[in-house]
Design a protein around this ligand. Sequence first.
Ligand code: 5GP
Length: 194
Amino acid sequence: MKELEDRILSEGIVREGDVLKVDSFLNHRCDTQLYDHMGAEWARLFAGEPVDKILTIEASGIGIACVAARHFGNVPVVFARKTESINLDGSQYRTQIHSYTHGRDYHVIVAKRFLTPGEHVLIIDDFLANGCALNGLLQICEDAGVSVTGIGIAVEKGFQPGGKSLRERGYHLESLAIVDSMDPATGKITFREQ
Ligand code: 5GP
């Protein structure tokens, strides 16, 4: 998606440790018009495929997913919550995720009553790196007995293994921008032709 690539080129900052900062439009200040165009693009890419619900993860996924839902017939959005507390009453799906940017593990939960077995779920998130966040969401989908229609990602770092692994496992993965290389010394970013 050229508009997203152009924003990454003009405002993205390449940090050591393979981190791309896009705080000015995606992860801190939110450009809702860009979100709207991203939602329209995912709707085009997943056209004709069933979507009953969008699943994402807090925090940055929420805004993107909510705007995208407007392009999928206003389906509900459910976000996995990050939590420290342990709830043993069995009312939640729960999984552990390793955070790429914070270098630690955390738990996420989704209330069982917000995922219905058999429904079709589109997963949306801001970044795909090693795939830990998505694998956690996929685990929750499997536990819930929902069918994963596909995965929509804003920025995939194609030089990290998450995207390749998910495509090999047969998921319909649509990343709107795939960064093939980025250099913290020069700031140069290159994208995969799509
Ligand atoms: P993964 O779990 O695929 O390794 O990493 C995905 C998650 O880590 C995303 O949800 C995102 O929050 C964060 N993340 C990974 N790499 C980057 C990055 O380069 N920039 C930003 N802003 N977030 C990232």
